[in-house]
Design a protein around this ligand. Structure first.
Ligand code: ARG
Length: 588
């Protein structure tokens, strides 16, 4: 189904032509004055110069051609030359009929489906997820689902941080505790044990202790760096131990991510491309791009138009060790070879701005990617506390993601129990579900690039621009539909009617804009647009609901029409929350 504004623009274009003007002037947009009209066209203003005529004269000519329109019930020329527009209720009803009958409610498949890879999550092995990881996970998951929904092929990759110093820190931490492990016997030739000799809790204890020690003890730090280097070089025991650290971490991370409804297709890491590094380095040298500067191997990525300093992209350190850049570049090579993506989207916090500019420029300059491959960095702001500083625990520590989730669940449980009748088990289940919506919506309703304040009270509220409010609205609709069915009505057979009131028409108008909203959200990588849409939709629905006695309506056709409208509203809301990454309970 075509987008509503395109359909209206077509109709308006014909009227301009019929009145003897250029049809291209008939662009219709949403109204700036919703109190006066639903849509407007400013084409007469634009045409004034071209036709040496007062805009109001043009607008009058066009309006005269629309008196018989099946689309516009009202097309009024107002000074100085705007066309204020209202739709026919019959036209709107037909549009929603079409929309209801189409898969994805009238959203058209993209002209060319892309293969997109999304690199998100940003978790580092042996380190617990903290509140900063919430954003990458939640935004990335939603961008993935939105793009998939509109018809692209999307592959999510966790791209674990399993390459840097933290690997060395964990390895030396283990070595201090267990110096006799075969992993540290460099003469050992046999197989290494299947089973990991440690648990995730042990790793999470070792890493911070080792990290603190390395900051105070230079010798210890040197050992950690050496262990990192040996691991990166693939020294057997170190590599095998690193693999176990990774495996144990992944089990734990999967648990944490699944609590957020986040799922990755690929669990690759920075270390997955170890074997591609020598080849890539050689290729960059052979191509004449990489050269030695102060002992390090670098690629210049400065461009003439740069106004800020742009340091070269470092490929290898002077000791031959590879860096974060190296693994990101080799990962691009790997992705191109194995998946040939049209676009790669990276999610990280905004501090990595310069870094991604360097990496992308380097990848382009050295032709790791085709010129048409899009490399997109999607940055996000910080989660702050009410004091405007990065969100911390009460005693000032880093807030673990697990803790944040469990606090939110608890708060939601408390609210669900207030005055509601549900078994304890059910209340917990519902609370967990609503808590997730509170967290995800609280995050996604903000434009990703901006910082936001984590406000538990606000996020878990059943009123206002929140996840629980959206779910509450869906549950309300479900309950009306269930009651209708109990009265003997058939929800599936209910047929839409024409709007009976302004509030009903407003709801219908908004529903008709679903396809263009979703297309825009995908193209702009903007989950917040979906949030804004469903918030407005929920408000419009509740407005209509408070004005309309649905179930006691005596005219059965009219009642069925409302039921059909409710069903469509529910389905649209449902698809929207599903691309945001959460779901609605049956009751709450
Ligand atoms: N692990 C990194 C961090 O904690 C984020 C990884 C982002 N993705 C990437 N391809 N560099 O900062």
């Amino acid at each position: 189904m075509k987008k509503l504004l395109d359909l209206l623009t077509e109709e308006m274009g014909k009227a301009f032509e019929a009145a003897g003007y250029d049809g291209a002037l008939g662009k219709v947009g949403l109204s700036n004055r919703p109190d006066l009209c639903e849509f407007q066209c400013n084409g007469a203003m634009a045409g004034a110069k071209q036709y040496h005529k007062a805009p109001i004269m043009i607008a009058n000519d066009v309006a005269a051609k629309l008196t018989e329109s099946k689309v516009f019930q009202e097309a009024v020329a107002v000074a100085p030359g705007f066309l204020n527009l209202k739709l026919h209720k019959s036209y709107l009803k037909e549009l929603l009929d079409t929309m209801s009958g189409e898969e994805k409610f009238g959203l058209e498949a993209p002209a060319k489906a892309k293969r997109i890879m999304i690199d998100y999550g940003g978790a580092n092995v042996a380190k617990p997820l903290h509140v900063g990881h919430l954003r990458s996970a939640v935004i990335g998951e939603s961008v993935k689902r939105i793009n998939r929904y509109v018809g692209h092929e999307v592959i999510g990759d966790a791209h674990l941080g399993d390459w840097g110093l933290q690997m060395g820190l964990v390895i030396v931490g283990l070595k201090e505790r267990y110096p006799d492990w075969v992993y540290f016997d460099e003469s050992y030739q046999g197989e290494y044990p299947e089973e990991a000799p440690f648990t995730i809790s042990e790793l999470e204890e070792i890493y911070p202790a080792s990290s603190i020690r390395s900051k105070e003890d230079a010798e210890y730090k040197a050992k950690a760096m050496e262990a990192t280097f040996k691991f990166q070089q693939g020294v057997r025991g170190y590599w095998a131990l690193g693999k176990k650290i990774r495996e144990v971490s992944i089990v734990d991370l999967k648990k944490n991510y699944s609590a957020l409804n986040v799922e990755f297709e690929l669990w690759n890491g920075e270390s997955s491309i170890k074997d591609l590094i020598p080849e890539m380095v050689q290729y960059m040298k052979d191509g004449g791009w990489a050269y030695i500067s102060d002992g390090a191997l670098v690629v210049d990525v400065k461009e003439e138009t740069d106004t800020k300093e742009m340091p070269p992209c470092m490929i290898l350190k002077s000791d031959g060790a590879s860096l974060y850049n190296t693994t990101d570049l080799a990962t691009i090579l790997d992705r191109v070879r194995n998946y040939d993506p049209d676009q790669i989207i990276y999610l990280t916090d905004k501090r990595q701005d310069l870094y991604f500019q360097q990496v992308f420029r380097c990848a382009r300059k050295t032709k790791l990617v085709k010129p048409e491959t899009e490399l997109t960095w999607m940055s996000f702001g910080t989660v702050n506390g009410k004091d405007g500083k990065p969100f911390k625990t009460r005693d000032g520590g880093v807030m673990r993601l697990e803790q944040l989730i469990s606090d939110t669940r608890q708060e939601m449980y408390r609210k669900i129990c207030e005055g509601r009748e549900m078994s304890e088990e059910e209340a917990h289940k519902v609370a967990d579900q609503v808590a997730l919506a509170a967290l995800i919506y609280g995050d996604l309703s903000n434009q990703a690039s901006k910082d936001y304040i984590f406000d538990m009270e606000k996020f878990t509220s059943f009123e206002g621009d929140t996840g629980p409010y959206i779910l509450y609205t869906i549950v309300r609709i479900k309950s009306i539909l269930a009651k209708y069915a109990q009265q003997g009505g058939d929800v599936e057979k209910a047929v839409l009617g024409e709007a009976q009131s302004d509030s009903e028409k407003a709801l219908m108008l908004l529903l008709a804009q679903f396809n263009s909203m979703m297309e825009g959200a995908a193209a702009e990588l903007a989950p917040h647009r979906v949030c804004a849409y469903i918030y407005e939709l929920a408000n419009d629905f509740n407005h209509f609901y408070h004005e309309t006695k649905i179930l006691t309506e005596e005219n059965e056709t009219r009642k069925a029409g409302w039921i059909a409208l409710l069903k469509l509203t529910r389905d649209v809301l449902q698809d929207c929350i599903s691309v945001l990454g959460f779901d609605a309970p049956e009751k709450m």
